[in-house]
Design a protein around this ligand. Structure first.
Ligand code: GLN
Length: 445
C-alpha cells in the first residue's frame, strides 16, 4: 500500500533520491514469515520508513544530495542502520536533502527540489526536507533525518509532522556523513508522538564507534507516553516570542500555552539574554567545522574526481564542480573564520558565546521541566522566495540553532495552521530527559 501511495504522489512531492522497493518487499516478507511462525516481532518490524541520504547503508548510494558523492556507495552500515536491522526495519529509499545538510529548504539539493505536501509551491523546509515530506505525504510511516541547526525540527514544523532531535550523544553518529561534528545529531520524523518513541527506542543507545556517544542504560521511551502534565513546569522564554514572529503563529502558540494551563501545567516566564547571538555564533561554528570536515573531498579517496594539469589543479576543479554554491559559501566562511589572525575575533568569540547560551539554557531549565517556543518564525515559504538571499535563509533558523549549540533535545509538534500550512511548536528538554519532552508532547497531542 505504501509503495502504491509513493508511486501516486512522488511525481509531485519528489521526496526520494533513490528507490529501495525490492529490499523493502524482501524485508517485509521476512517479517511475515516470522509472524506466521509465531515469533515475536519488534514494534517497528516491517513498518515502511525512509532514510536521509547522508546516512550510510552498506551497498547503497549515500549522495548527501551532492554532485561530489553522486556515485558514492557506502561500504558499511551506520550504527543506526545496524540497530534498525535488529528490529527488522523496512526502508523504501533514501530521501532528498540540502547538499551536505546545509540549508533550510531542500532547495540546495544538486538533484531535485522537494515540494511541501501541504502546498506544492512551498518548500518542505530543510535540510531533511525529503524525510519530512515523505512522512507528511503518507509515503512512509517514519523516517530518519539529521539536525545540525534545526534540520529535523524545522522541516517537521513546515510539513506538520513530529520531529525529534535528541540530546547530543544519545544516537550514534557513526555512519552519518559529517557536517559540523559538535552539532550534528540524527533525529526522527513520525506522524505522532507514540511513533516517535518507537523509532527512538530502535535507534538510541551507546556506541563505542562514536566517541561522542553517551554511555547509559537503554530506556523504553514508550513508558514516557503518559497523558498527564499536571504540575509540569513549562518555561516560556520571552526572547523567542519577540519581533519577527508571525502574528498568526504567535496566536497558535498562545493557544497551546492556554491548553497546557487547562491540562494543569504551570507556566513559568523565563529569560535567556544570550539567545539573540545564536544565529551569529552558529553561522561561525557550523561553517568552521564544515570547512574542516569537507576537506576530505579532494578527488583522491572517493567521490568525484575531475582531472587537472597537476594535483592542485585537480583539487580545484574537483571541488569547484563537485560542491554547489551554498557548500562553497560555507567552506569560504569556515576557512576564513579559522584563519590565523581572524581565529580569535570570530571562532574563539563564537565559542565563548556558545558557552553563554548553554548557561542560559541551564539557568532556564532549573526553573522548569521543559521550554516551549516556536519552531520557526513563520510557516513554510514559497519555493524560490529565499534562494537568492542566504541571510534571510539563515535568520529563519533563529529558533532552532541554539539547542544544537547547547546539545539539548528538542521536539517539534504541530500546533495549528495558517492559510492551510502547518505551524510548529518546539518543546525543549533537559539533557537526556527525552521522557519529559515526549510526555509533554503526547499530552498536548
Ligand atoms: N539550516 C541550518 C544550516 O543551514 C541547519 C542545517 C542542519 O541542521 N543540518 O546550517
Amino acid at each position: 500500500a505504501y509503495i502504491a501511495r509513493k508511486d501516486a504522489v512522488e511525481p509531485q512531492v519528489q521526496a526520494f533520491l533513490s528507490d529501495n522497493r525490492e529490499f523493502a518487499l524482501e524485508a517485509a516478507a521476512a517479517v511475515d514469515k516470522k509472524i506466521a511462525a509465531g515469533e515475536a516481532i519488534a514494534d517497528l518490524a516491517g513498518v515502511p520508513g525512509a532514510i536521509k541520504d547522508n546516512i550510510c547503508i552498506k551497498g547503497q548510494y549515500a549522495t548527501c544530495a551532492s554532485k561530489m558523492l553522486k556515485n558514492f556507495k557506502s561500504p558499511y552500515n551506520a550504527t543506526v542502520i545496524e540497530k534498525l536491522m535488529d528490529v527488522d526495519y523496512v526502508s523504501l529509499g533514501k530521501t532528498n536533502m540540502d547538499e551536505f545538510a546545509m540549508g533550510s529548504s531542500t532547495e540546495n539539493s544538486a538533484f531535485q527540489i522537494t515540494h511541501n505536501p501541504w502546498g506544492l509551491d512551498y518548500v518542505p523546509g530543510g535540510s531533511s526536507g525529503g524525510s519530512a515530506a515523505a512522512v507528511a505525504a503518507g509515503e512512509c510511516v517514519w523516517s530518519l533525518g539529521s539536525d545540525t541547526g534545526g534540520s529535523v525540527r524545522q522541516p517537521a514544523a513546515y510539513c506538520g509532522v513530529v520531529g525529534l532531535k535528541p540530546t547530543y550523544g544519545l544516537i550514534s553518529r557513526y555512519g552519518l556523513i559529517a557536517f559540523a561534528s559538535s552539532l550534528d545529531q540524527i533525529g526522527t520524523f513520525t506522524n505522532d508522538v507514540e511513533d516517535c518513541a518507537i523509532v527512538l527506542n530502535a535507534v538510541a543507545g551507546h556506541d563505542a564507534k562514536d566517541s561522542t556517544s553517551i554511555p547509559q542504560a537503554k530506556k523504553d521511551y514508550k513508558q514516557a507516553l503518559v497523558n498527564d502534565v499536571k504540575g509540569m513546569k513549562i518555561g516560556i522564554p520571552e526572547e523567542f516570542f519577540g519581533e519577527g514572529l508571525d502574528a498568526e503563529c504567535r496566536k497558535a502558540l498562545d493557544e497551546a500555552i492556554e491548553t497546557y494551563k487547562k491540562l494543569g501545567a504551570e507556566i513559568v516566564p523565563v529569560s535567556m539574554p544570550h539567545v539573540k547571538y545564536g544565529i551569529a555564533a552558529y553561522y561561525i561554528i557550523a561553517p568552521a567545522e564544515a570547512s574542516s570536515n569537507l576537506a576530505r573531498y579532494d578527488g583522491v579517496g572517493f567521490g568525484l574526481r575531475v582531472e587537472g594539469k597537476d594535483i592542485v589543479d585537480m583539487y580545484i576543479k574537483t571541488r569547484s564542480e563537485g560542491f554547489g554554491p551554498e557548500v562553497q559559501r560555507r567552506i569560504l566562511l569556515g576557512t576564513y573564520v579559522l584563519s590565523s589572525g581572524y581565529y580569535d575575533a570570530y571562532y574563539l568569540r563564537a565559542m565563548k558565546v556558545r558557552t553563554l547560551i548553554k548557561h542560559d539554557y541551564d539557568e532556564a531549565l532549573k526553573q522548569c521541566d521543559v521550554l516551549l517556543t516556536p519552531t520557526a518564525p513563520d510557516t513554510a515559504f514559497k519555493i524560490g522566495q529565499n534562494s537568492g538571499n542566504p541571510l534571510a535563509m539563515y535568520l529563519g533558523d533563529v529558533c532552532t540553532v541554539t539547542l544544537n549549540l547547547a546539545g539539548l533535545p528538542g521536539l517539534s509538534i504541530p500546533c495549528g495552521y495558517k492559510n492551510g500550512l502547518p505551524i510548529g511548536m518546539q518543546l525543549i528538554g533537559k539533557a537526556l530527559d527525552e521522557e519529559t519532552l515526549l510526555r509533554a508532547a503526547y499530552t498536548f497531542e
